[in-house]
Design a binder for this molecule. Structure first.
Ligand SMILES: [Zn+2]
Length: 69
């Protein structure tokens, strides 16, 4: 009985983790060799040059959503 509950918990935890990873990776962006926030050149497959740019970009996007764009 508790085994089933444990397995369900593990599945839920995995689904939540997967969703969080997707959000963190901002899957709507694809790397084009330039930071999406400051346009600095970055190694391919990366979308931001550093965590600060990623955070600033996400804040910027959240602000746009709040403003209704
Ligand atoms: Zn940048």
């Amino acid at each position: 009985m508790s085994d089933n509950a444990d397995r369900a918990d593990a599945r839920i935890a995995a689904a939540v983790q997967s969703a969080l990873n997707k959000v963190r990776d901002t899957p709507s962006l694809c790397g084009d060799g330039h930071c999406h926030f400051c346009e600095e050149a970055v190694p391919d497959a990366r979308v931001f040059c550093n965590a600060d740019c990623r955070d600033d970009y996400q804040k910027h996007q959240a602000g746009r959503r709040r403003a209704g764009y």
